[in-house]
Design a protein around this ligand. Structure first.
Ligand code: ZN
Length: 746
């Protein structure tokens, strides 16, 4: 077997048996399974293909046993989410398998429904495995013998029509489902009805409704030997006692808890009623003490699953309480969200009051599964093993017996949930020290929002492997740039394109007899205190032996804590680009510049992503030839450069090159700023003069200065000619840094 079919992943591996250890995992892409796991202290398998450093932990791929994917044959709720988008959100959150609830507009309750969903799931190309629950109501019958399916029963009314209200009815139904695996929603509807005029969602769905539901349900679980899972558990100790009693008598009862119940309580919502538009959920959040008990229960093993109950509703639906204002002329043509914003400004009290009213229950959570795990470890002292148990191992045990039936065409080895020989080659890598702020820009759910938006976490998902393939890797270039910029108070990138003496550059090149590598290392050290990045130009590093030298240059850059950008402007097709990215990554570069002349920008970005290298493409160059050519207009009336910039942004480029000599007098420049300023893409700006005046003219365009990577080469390398000293180079870098700071008010 060739090397390509097997990859070695190295880093700190989390297993149930012992503390995380530095080791290697051999993944076989052909079988999709883990072939070998070794501890590096004892054995080395070989050169690793992927290495994760000490701030990262490698878990078996996470699984979420409770999500809502919304899609069914009616297609009525596909605007909220569908099977494809839900897998993207899952992967983003580090989940490699998810189990979808059956309460879609046409609930999944029959063999026929089941076939429709399995076929639909089978059509997806996503690496994420989706399993389906089967719904239960007064009319349904089991689709198979115990152990063949897992079911969902709504004891109480939640979202959708699938529900059972009374205990007598429940008794009759469960009689038919003896010994089956059933997950329960538990809220006693008559109590919910009696409380429907309560002030907040927690008052309207009080703890008593869950307690009473539990009291009625437990004897039936025992009586009919149900393999029970209680969904999104919301109550603390008192409920635990009752469950414990039944467990001790032999009843099989496991529990899920949702991140919403772990991170929010009604005291928080009392202080900040606005929260209700994000965190209304059934069952409702309860007291701070309940929340504390749930966290402790998850940590000590009383609760088995961290399950999100990912329930995507649009923002508009979440603000449905504001729809009533549409009766007034002023708000008639406004959306709920717009009305909420207007009222928030006009009448704070009315706004708060309306937020307390009944909206839509449920929130999207899949994208943030990984950050929630990080939060549990960094804020609530969960050990990696405790996270492994609730996010990987138990979810794996839940789905593994069902893989054969749900995916008759696929092989799963020993299944999900463990980093051990014969298990699936699925890994979720969490980084615990790379701050993440949740924003709609980094969410994949179709509804595009999260209850955690604006909130920062100590880390998040670093990479996800599925069946040995790297499916997701976070590009840290953007984050590192912003972090370093603030740390160093600098926007400056020092160019590194030293021409050897023989090229005849005179005062703008190296003096005779000077060793390029030695000179470069000294230069990097000299300017390091004043710059954020170093940018070697590939053109200056193409001689024999330069590759080895370049590796030393990059090592030096990283030792000094800076970013390394290779200015190569590569441009070719498929495999050739991939080879370039691979090589530059091997050398250690963080980013590469590209000039996709062939127009294959999407392909290039994808290829760079795979190799975990950031990509900076041509935005608006300032040489006159560029503008002549790039101003050709296509059929849609777009100029070529606009089309390239637009597509680059859509493809997710990390940066755009824009000439530093532009001023507000140039309309193209203003158009460029308008097109790009709100995106996350950074600007790589060559050619900006060291004079403050030029920088000011450039910044007048309104271009966001925090995104500007100001690049200067010869002015910093040779400020006093070929023989410039390191002190003079340092001084030049410092001056440029200070000029930009002053001009941008940083
Ligand atoms: Zn649910």
């Amino acid at each position: 077997m060739t090397k390509k079919q097997k990859v070695i992943v190295e880093g700190y591996i989390v297993t149930a048996e012992k503390k995380p250890f530095r080791g290697q995992i051999l993944l076989n892409k052909k079988t999709g399974l883990i072939e070998e796991v070794v501890e590096l202290a004892k054995k080395k398998l070989g050169e690793a293909d992927f290495v994760f450093e000490k701030d990262s932990l490698i878990f078996p791929g996470f699984g979420d046993v409770h999500i809502h994917a919304r899609e069914d044959r009616t297609g009525k709720q596909n605007y909220k989410e569908d099977y494809q988008t839900v897998t993207e959100a899952a992967l983003n959150g580090g989940c490699v398998h998810i189990s979808a609830m059956p309460n879609t507009p046409k609930p999944l309750t029959t063999e026929n429904d089941w076939q429709w969903h399995r076929q639909r799931v089978g059509e997806l190309t996503s690496p994420v495995s989706i399993l389906n629950y089967v719904g239960i109501d007064a009319q349904t019958k089991p689709l198979g013998k115990p152990g063949e399916h897992f079911y969902k029963l709504y004891f109480g009314k939640s979202v959708g029509d699938l529900s059972v209200i009374y205990a007598e009815e429940l008794d009759k139904i469960l009689q038919r489902y003896q010994g089956q695996n059933i997950s329960f929603h538990v809220e006693y509807e008559p109590i919910v009805q009696a409380c429907r005029n309560g002030e907040t969602h927690s008052d309207r769905r009080p703890a008593e409704s869950v307690e009473e539901g539990l009291r009625l349900l437990l004897p039936l679980i025992e009586k009919y030997k149900i393999e029970a899972k209680l969904c999104h558990w919301s109550l603390g100790k008192k409920s635990f006692e009752l469950i414990k009693e039944y467990r001790e008598r032999g009843a099989k009862i496991t529990l899920e808890v949702s991140p919403l119940h772990l991170l929010f309580d009604k005291e928080m919502a009392r202080k900040n009623p606005e929260l209700w538009t994000k965190i209304q959920m059934n069952p409702a959040i309860q007291t701070p003490q309940d929340r504390k008990d749930l966290i402790a229960g998850l940590k000590n093993g009383f609760i088995q699953y961290l399950a999100t109950d990912h329930a995507p509703h649009t923002r508009e639906e979440k603000f449905s309480a504001f729809a009533k204002f549409k009766e007034s002329k002023k708000y008639r043509n406004k959306s709920n969200v717009e009305i909420a914003e207007m009222i928030k400004k006009e009448d704070k009290e009315l706004y708060r009051k309306t937020c307390l009213e009944d909206g839509m229950s449920g929130a999207p959570w899949l994208d943030t599964y990984g950050v929630v795990c990080v939060e549990l470890m960094t804020k609530y002292n969960f050990t990696p093993q405790e996270i492994l148990r609730v996010a990987s191992e138990n979810p794996g045990k839940f789905v593994n017996p069902h893989l054969k039936r749900q995916f008759p065409q696929q092989k799963f080895g020993k299944g999900f949930g463990k980093i051990a020989k014969g298990y699936l080659g699925n890994l979720t890598v969490l980084n615990l020290k790379s701050t993440r702020t949740i924003s709609s820009a980094n969410l994949k759910t179709k509804v595009g929002w999260s209850p955690l938006e604006g909130r920062s976490f100590a880390g998040g998902v670093e990479a996800v492997f599925v069946r040995g393939e790297l499916e997701q890797r976070r590009n840290i270039f953007w984050e590192r740039w912003h972090q370093l910029r603030l740390e160093k108070g600098s926007n400056i990138c020092a160019g590194l394109d030293p021409s050897v003496y023989e090229m005849g550059r005179g005062e703008k090149g190296l003096p005779q007899g000077v060793d390029k590598l030695e000179w470069s290392l000294r230069y990097i050290e000299a300017v390091a205190p004043y710059v954020v990045a170093i940018k070697p130009n590939a053109g200056s590093w193409g001689n024999a032996g330069d590759r080895t030298a370049l590796k030393k240059v990059v090592d030096k850059i990283h030792q000094l804590g800076l970013l390394a950008i290779i200015d190569s402007k590569v441009a070719d097709l498929g495999f050739t680009n991939d080879s370039w990215f691979y090589d530059y990554k091997q050398l250690g570069f963080d980013a590469v510049t590209v000039a996709p002349f062939a127009g294959n920008i999407e392909n290039i970005v994808q290829s760079a992503r795979k190799r975990d290298i950031a990509v900076i493409t041509m935005g608006l160059m300032s040489n006159p030839e560029y503008k002549t050519e790039m101003n050709f207009v296509n059929k849609q009336g777009e100029r070529l450069w606009e089309n390239r910039v637009k597509r680059g942004l859509e493809a997710g480029v990390d940066g755009l090159v824009v000439g530093g000599t532009y001023t507000v007098k140039d309309k193209d420049f203003l158009r460029f700023v308008e097109m790009t300023n709100e995106s996350e893409a950074l600007y790589l700006i060559p050619g900006i003069g060291a004079q403050g005046g030029e920088i000011k003219e450039f910044l007048k365009s309104g271009i966001k200065s925090e995104k500007c990577i100001v690049s200067s080469g010869r002015d910093v390398m040779f400020p006093k000619g070929a023989k410039s000293t390191p002190e003079q180079q340092a001084q030049a870098a410092k001056e440029l840094r200070d000029e930009f700071r002053k001009a941008s008010g940083f």
